[in-house]
Structures are given as structure tokens and as C-alpha cells.
Ligand binder design. Structure first.
Ligand SMILES: Nc1ncnc2c1ncn2[C@@H]1O[C@H](COP(=O)(O)OP(=O)(O)OP(=O)(O)O)[C@@H](O)[C@H]1O
Ligand SMILES: [Mg+2]
Length: 262
């Protein structure tokens, strides 16, 4: 049964999509079955997975509104090696259309139910807002992975984000956990990075992944070729960091299984 993780942060440009694509490809490289869901009307995870967002026959929008099944909208990312549920600007309308639908917060969870057992991991790329789309992602997920840059304002936004996740969780999905915080675009030469990093460590302890994602130009270049960094330049520091993250994720999973009550 797949573990479902929402990759979320209402702050824009923190590395959500980069994390989704590269973590998905790294999990595939370690023989996991992965489905990546692009839940952002920007469609960046779709393009970055090598799928043309302008010529989609079906997208996540059709799945959420019940016009087609998830399997009908799915496409294979050739370079990434994972299945993709693509998105494009059509999804902007979902915010309004969903409001009039039954179970509006649970549409994604319902759509995922029949395919969960076909995957080891399902990753959801959220838009940079706490919209109805993000609420659907949080309702469908076991945990939230929060990518963040180590800057002063990031800490302020983080408190709001965690409070919102807890509120939404209590109402719609009591089992929802903060799976982990991921430091992205990390540059240890900047002293503020180290200060913020130390504060994160103090506040969040084990929730903070030990793996950090460095600022690496290969990670920024790869999406324009529709590739994860692992295929674009497998020896790049970015590609290696995301492989390490996949390893850390799997280790945590094993550790939590071995301590779970029988
Ligand atoms: N570790 C990194 N090193 C260098 N560039 C990066 C790194 N991570 C992300 N980027 C670049 O930073 C920009 C923002 O990253 P990304 O699109 O992943 O963020 P996002 O949180 O998904 O943004 P949005 O909120 O708009 O969806 C992109 O141009 C991406 O290529
Ligand atoms: Mg994004």
C-alpha cells in the first residue's frame, strides 16, 4: 500500500516541484513504484517530467471533477521512470468547480483509493497556496514533506503552515503527520543559512531531514529537458543529494514500521 506524501509550502519557489521530480526519480532508481501527482495549475511538474502540458487529452482536473478515471489521465515519464498525473491551466477552474461538489475536500483521496496498492510512494506537488487543491492533497496524504529555504522569513511562514496543516488535519484527516522538513537550495557559506538551520534543528529535531539539498545549477537546468537531475547529470551534487533523501525516507519508513504497535 503506497505511502502518500504531499510536498507543500504556501511560499512560492522553495523547491516543491524540484523535490517532487527528483525524489520520484530517485525512489524509482531504488526500485520503488512511484506515482507523481501534479496538483498545481502551473504544471511545472508535468513539463519537468517531459510531458507537454498544452496537449493533454486528460489531466488531474478531469479526475477531480469525475470526468475520467485516474488511470485514463495517467502518463509515463520516460526519463523519470514514474507514472505522472499531469496538470495544466485548466486546473485553475477546479477551485470554483469543486466548491459545488459533494465531498469537495476528499475528491483526490477518493480518486487515489483504487490505485494505492499499485505503488510504493505517491508524491503530490502542491501549488504555493493553502487553497482547496492543497486541502485535497492534505486530505489524501499520510504525511507532509515541507521543502524550505533557510532564510529568516521562512521560519515565520513555517509556523503558519504547520498550524494550518494541524487544523486541516484535525478536521479532515486526523492521521496526517508532518513527515519531514527539507532544507533546499542550501548554501553553508551564508551565515544566515547556518543560523536558521540551527534553529530548525532545535525546534524540529528528528523531523528535520539530515539530508540537505545544495543549490546546484543542474537541478535548475534539468526540467527544461524534461528530465530529473539523475538522468541529466547523474554525478551532479543535486542528483546525489536527492538520492540520499530517497535513502533517508526509506530508512525512516522502515524504522517507523519496526516501532509501530503490532
Ligand atoms: N537546489 C536547487 N538549486 C538550484 N536551483 C533550484 C534548486 N531547487 C529549485 N531550484 C530552482 O528554483 C526555482 C523554484 O524551484 P521550484 O519550481 O522547485 O519551486 P516550487 O516551490 O515548486 O515553486 P512554486 O511555488 O512556484 O510551485 C526553479 O527555477 C528551480 O529550477
Ligand atoms: Mg512548483
Amino acid at each position: 500500500m503506497a505511502k502518500v506524501f504531499a510536498i507543500a509550502n504556501q511560499k512560492g519557489g522553495v523547491g516543491k516541484t524540484t523535490t517532487c521530480i527528483n525524489l520520484a526519480a530517485s525512489l524509482v532508481a531504488t526500485k520503488r513504484r512511484v506515482l507523481l501527482i501534479d496538483l498545481d495549475p502551473q504544471g511545472n511538474a508535468t513539463t519537468g517530467s517531459g510531458v507537454d502540458k498544452l496537449t493533454l487529452e486528460h489531466s488531474i482536473y478531469d479526475v477531480l471533477t469525475g470526468e475520467c478515471s485516474l488511470v485514463d489521465a495517467m502518463q509515463f515519464s520516460e526519463h523519470g521512470g514514474y507514472q505522472l498525473l499531469p496538470s495544466n491551466r485548466d486546473l485553475t477552474a477546479a477551485e470554483v468547480v469543486l466548491l459545488d461538489m459533494e465531498m469537495k475536500e476528499h475528491r483526490l483521496r477518493q480518486a487515489l483509493a483504487p490505485v494505492r496498492e499499485n505503488y510504493d510512494y505517491i508524491l503530490i506537488d502542491c501549488p504555493p497556496s493553502l487553497s482547496m487543491l492543497t486541502v485535497n492533497a492534505l486530505s489524501a496524504s499520510d504525511g507532509v514533506i515541507i521543502p524550505m529555504q533557510c532564510e529568516y522569513y521562512a521560519l515565520e511562514g513555517l509556523t503558519d503552515l504547520i498550524n494550518s496543516i494541524q487544523r486541516i488535519g484535525e478536521r479532515l484527516n486526523p492521521a496526517l503527520k508532518i513527515e519531514g522538513l527539507l532544507r533546499t537550495m542550501y548554501d553553508p557559506r551564508i551565515s544566515l543559512t547556518n543560523d536558521v538551520s540551527n534553529q530548525l534543528q532545535e525546534h524540529f529535531g528528528d523531523k528535520l531531514y539530515t539530508t540537505v539539498i545544495p543549490r546546484n545549477v543542474r537541478l535548475a537546468e534539468a526540467p527544461s529537458f524534461g528530465m530529473p537531475a539523475l538522468v541529466y547529470d547523474k554525478n551532479s551534487r543535486g542528483a546525489i543529494a536527492y538520492l540520499a533523501l530517497a535513502g533517508e525516507l526509506a530508512r525512516r519508513q522502515r524504522a517507523s514500521r519496526s516501532t509501530a504497535p503490532a
